[in-house]
Design a protein around this ligand. Sequence first.
Ligand code: IDP
Ligand code: MG
Length: 160
Amino acid sequence: FLPRLVASMEEIEETYIMVKPDGVQRGLVGEIISRFEKKGFKLTGLKLFQCPKELAEEHYKDLQSKPFFPKLIDYITSGPVVCMAWEGVGIVASARKLIGSTNPLQAEPGTIRGDLAVQTGRNIVHGSDSPENGKREIALWFKEGEVCEWTPALAPWLRE
Ligand code: IDP
Ligand code: MG
């Protein structure tokens, strides 16, 4: 069974990463994109976008019953966001590690939230929490044709 287990750990996943309005306003777009680029993941979709209320509600529908939900929707629609689709082996869990804990004060130094933010309600970046949600969220935020399939020239220098 070991070869099969290893094979499943090698699976290419997609994740939806978003610089939230506070990250855009604070001029952190380049810094945040850099973290994923430098790691060696592949960018497949990118746009600046003013999120309508309905889309924010759909994206965060699992949190509908939370007391902070209305404020969360106001926050996400308060200015443009940067929508990104990224692809890579094990990228969903790895991106969550790069991003750090939901509460930036508990996020480890070296993570995006740990280095650059101080409050849960202003935690500057989103990352999908499962491969299923990665696919769901990319389909939600990007239209047909906005996600590019391409082979980076550096691919053989990142993975043997
Ligand atoms: P995540 O972004 O780390 O996956 P979730 O629990 O999925 O965290 O929550 C989604 C987003 O909702 C958070 O990133 C944050 O912006 C907001 N949020 C979560 N919990 C709270 C809270 O207790 N107060 C205010 N905002 C919150
Ligand atoms: Mg989440």
